[in-house]
Design a protein around this ligand. Structure first.
Ligand SMILES: [Zn+2]
Length: 90
């Protein structure tokens, strides 16, 4: 599952981006229907929440920050990662 982290985050961004594109192509926010705007809001909220929960959860556990690419936990020093990931090099 950890190897699919970047896919999951990418997918969330993709959903938000494509919904935004649909709104734009449909004539902007004013012309878009309410359901579409709600869907965009929910998708954007989910996207932000997923990232925040991911960061806060690992920080709360005191095990450092999980690598965005492979999920490998890295130690943090004053909220900055210490160099590239030892597991995948990112
Ligand atoms: Zn990594």
């Amino acid at each position: 599952m950890k190897h699919h982290r970047i896919l999951a985050f990418g997918l969330l961004f993709l959903v938000v981006a494509s919904l935004g594109a649909v709104v734009k192509r449909g004539g902007g926010v004013d012309a878009a229907g309410l359901p579409l705007l709600v869907a965009l809001d929910v998708a954007a909220g989910l996207c932000a929440a997923a990232i925040v929960v991911d960061v806060v959860w690992h920080a709360y556990q005191g095990r450092g920050q999980a690598c965005r690419y492979c999920g490998h936990l890295r130690r943090m020093s004053s909220f900055r990662l210490e160099g590239p990931c030892p597991n995948c090099g990112h």
